[in-house]
Design a protein around this ligand. Structure first.
Ligand SMILES: [Zn+2]
Length: 341
């Protein structure tokens, strides 16, 4: 079985021939996780874009391909990390978040470095630490429909100034998950940007326009902070990995849980107490958890069983709700924060 390589390839200012005509050709030419550098107008400063930590999330990849191909001269030196190239190339192309026999790569930025993926993550972290960029942006797409939003581990002014270039929504996570942003937040202001759904053309357009601005703007930190909608202390709604979960508008008999397949329409919406978000199955509420950063299970504060529905008990703001049962089981169903009615 093919493993993610444990080392980065390194390229400086790739030629047009190295880049191919489109992002698919670009992947075929890169072949492996790659660290790309481009000289900027001001060579005393550096910015970094990390893309494709998840192999099926192409908006950032398309944007950096166009930026490189159009030979845009960045305002500062630029680092582009195209991470899980091997995962993206595993057929069918751009279809795997991570390889089924490996870990989610954006959970590999932690010790111990006992797998090739974690060694690769450590090299990315160590090179970013050495380069000390003035800002790092990590580009993603959501697995379901969502407005764009940024994710960070703090809401410092510099984090807000980077976030507002991409979205007016900032989620501040305090969970220890093993993501790039947790590992690099001491090095530089760093945000993950979820540009929107992975097949959504407006996500591609936002990624291109905002990343061009990120790359070419002379100064990132002299702007007035814009009013941001900041969501603190998100709670993860999780289900046992062995559960049978479906997304549908009707219930299949063998499901432990059926979530309404339009749940993603609730992303960033205020959801009132008493809202049914799905149907409970054989196992009822067993196997479900609502976990905060301290690891406390707050499930029964926020959800209950009302006539067989999974129903909210308090007013919540829901975000990052997926409609992909695999991600729901492997990661979580959604994040939420309580909101005052
Ligand atoms: Zn992602």
């Amino acid at each position: 079985m093919q493993q993610t390589p444990n080392k980065l390839e390194v390229r400086h200012s790739p030629s047009t021939a190295d880049l191919g005509d489109n992002h698919i050709e670009f992947l075929h030419r890169l072949k492996a996780p790659t660290w790309i550098t481009v000289d900027g107008k001001d060579r005393s400063r550096t910015r970094a874009i990390v893309t494709l930590l998840h192999g099926n999330e192409p908006s950032g990849l398309k944007a950096v391909h166009t930026i490189l191909r159009e030979r845009l001269v960045p305002a500062t030196n630029l680092i582009i990390v195209v991470a899980a190239v091997n995962t993206a190339l595993h057929p069918p192309i751009l279809s795997h978040r991570f390889l089924p026999w490996e870990e989610d790569f954006n959970r590999c930025f932690k010790e111990p470095c006992n797998t090739s993926q974690r060694q690769l993550a450590a090299e990315i972290e160590s090179r970013l630490t050495d380069a000390a960029p003035e800002a790092i942006v990590d580009t993603h797409n959501t697995s379901a429909h969502s407005e764009p939003f940024a994710v960070a581990v703090n809401d410092h002014l510099s984090t807000q100034q980077i976030s507002q270039m991409f979205s007016h929504k900032l989620v501040v996570i305090d969970q220890h998950l093993g993501t790039l942003i947790e590992k690099t937040s001491d090095v530089s202001p760093v945000v993950t940007v979820e540009f929107g759904g992975l097949m959504d053309p407006s996500a591609d357009q936002l990624a291109f326009e905002s990343l061009v601005s990120f790359v070419t703007k002379q100064h990132l930190f002299n702007t007035e902070p814009a009013p941001l909608h900041i969501l603190h202390h998100p709670i993860r709604l999780e289900i046992d990995e062995s559960s049978e979960i479906h997304y549908s508008s009707s219930v299949q008999d063998d499901a432990d849980l059926t979530i309404v397949n339009t749940i993603d329409q609730l992303n960033f919406q205020t959801v009132k107490a008493g809202t049914n978000i799905g149907w409970l199955g054989r196992t009822g509420l067993d196997g479900m958890r609502a976990v905060n950063a301290q690891g406390d299970n707050l499930f029964h504060e926020f959800f209950h069983d009302v006539s067989g529905f999974l129903t909210t008990k308090q007013q919540l703001t829901i975000f990052m709700a997926t409609t992909d049962p695999y991600i729901a089981r492997k990661d979580c169903l959604l994040y939420f924060t309580p909101t005052a009615p």
